[in-house]
Design a binder for this molecule. Structure first.
Ligand code: ATP
Ligand code: ZN
Length: 283
C-alpha cells in the first residue's frame, strides 16, 4: 500500500487528481473528505494543504506526494523529488515599483524585500552577492511596497496582471517551478515496486499527451516577455524577420496549455500565431 498526499484544494488539486485517473486508477473523491482509497490499485490518497506535503513525506506519514517545486525547495526537501510532472508551471520573480529605476540585481543591495520564499530568495541573492533584508509574509505579497513594508517583492508570477494592478514591474526570474512527484526515503521493497509501476504509468500518460509546434511573430521588444511565457522549453528558436525589429519565435507547447498561452502571447504583442501538429518526438 502507498499513501499519496495531494493538495486538498488549490491550483495543483485538479491536475493531480486527473493524473491519477489517467493512470487508470479509480477512486471515489468528494471535496470534503480527507482521504480516499483507490479501488483497483493499492493506493490511498490524502488531501492536505500543499505547504504540509513535503514534511509529511519527509517524515514518512505519507509515502508519496505531489507538490510544487517552489514549496518543496523552500521547505528544504528537494532530496525527496522523484520526477517532474509537467503541470503547474510557474516562476518566482522579483518585482519593483514601476517608477523605480532598476538596472540590475545589485540595485537591491540593502533593500527591504517582501516574500513568502525567504530560503529560495536568500540563496538566489547570496549567489548574486547581494545582501537585502527579507520580510517573510505568507500572502498578499504584492501589496507590500504600496503599504511601505518593502521596496521590492519576490512572488509567484503567472500572467503579470496582478503585478501590473499593484503598480509593480517584474525584473528578475529567481526560480522556475513545476509540480513534482516526491517520495519518502524509506520505502519498503514492495512500495518501491508499486512506485515504479506508478511512474511507468505516469510517464506513458505524459508521452501520450499531444504536443504542438507553435510559430509566431513578435516585435523584438516583446521577445523577453514571449520567452517568459514559454517556460517549458529551455530555449525557443528565434529568427529575424525581413521586417526590421521583428522576430519569428518557434517552440513546442503542450496542447492543454495552448489556449491559455496564446491569449497571453497575444497580450504581450505576438501576432500571426500558427499551431502545427507534430508527428513524432524523438526524445
Ligand atoms: P494551500 O491552501 O494548499 O496552502 P496555496 O494557496 O498555498 O494552497 P495555490 O495558490 O493553490 O497554493 O498554489 C499551489 C501551487 O501551484 C503553488 O505552490 C505553485 O507551485 C503552483 N502555482 C501557483 N500559481 C500558479 C500559476 N499561476 N500557474 C501555475 N501554477 C501555479
Ligand atoms: Zn500553500
Amino acid at each position: 500500500m502507498l499513501r499519496l498526499a495531494i493538495q486538498k484544494s488549490g491550483r495543483l488539486s485538479e491536475d493531480s487528481l486527473q493524473l491519477i485517473r489517467e493512470c487508470g486508477i479509480h477512486f471515489l473523491s468528494s471535496s470534503h473528505k480527507l482521504k480516499t482509497e483507490a479501488t483497483n490499485f493499492p493506493l490511498e490518497i490524502l488531501f492536505l494543504r500543499d505547504d504540509d506535503i513535503p514534511g509529511y513525506v519527509r517524515d514518512g506519514v505519507a509515502d508519496l506526494g505531489i507538490v510544487g517545486q517552489n514549496v518543496l525547495v523552500e521547505a528544504g526537501c528537494s532530496q525527496l523529488e522523484v520526477e517532474g510532472l509537467g503541470f503547474s508551471k510557474c516562476r518566482l520573480s522579483l518585482a519593483v515599483p514601476r517608477g523605480d529605476a532598476y538596472a540590475g540585481v545589485a540595485d537591491l543591495q540593502g533593500k527591504a524585500i517582501a516574500t513568502s520564499y525567504p530560503n529560495i530568495l536568500g540563496a538566489y541573492l547570496a549567489g548574486e552577492g547581494v545582501q537585502a533584508q527579507l520580510h517573510t509574509i505568507s500572502g498578499s505579497v504584492e501589496i507590500a511596497p504600496s503599504i511601505g513594508l518593502a521596496e521590492a517583492i519576490c512572488d509567484i508570477v503567472s500572467s503579470g496582471s496582478t503585478l501590473l494592478g499593484n503598480g509593480l514591474r517584474e525584473v528578475e526570474t529567481v526560480f522556475r517551478s513545476e509540480a513534482v512527484l516526491i517520495a519518502q526515503p524509506h520505502l519498503t521493497p514492495e512500495q518501491a515496486d508499486l512506485l515504479a509501476q506508478l511512474r511507468l504509468r505516469m510517464q506513458a500518460v505524459r508521452r501520450a499527451k499531444r504536443s504542438k509546434y507553435i510559430v509566431l511573430n513578435a516585435p523584438l521588444a516583446a521577445l523577453e516577455d514571449v520567452k517568459k511565457l514559454l517556460p517549458g522549453i529551455k530555449s525557443p528558436t528565434v529568427t529575424p524577420l525581413a521586417e526590421a525589429g521583428w522576430v519569428s519565435v518557434q517552440s513546442v507547447v503542450q496542447e492543454d496549455e495552448f489556449w491559455h498561452l496564446t491569449a497571453q502571447l497575444q497580450a504581450v504583442g505576438a501576432e500571426g500565431i500558427l499551431v502545427l501538429p507534430i508527428e513524432k518526438i524523438i526524445a
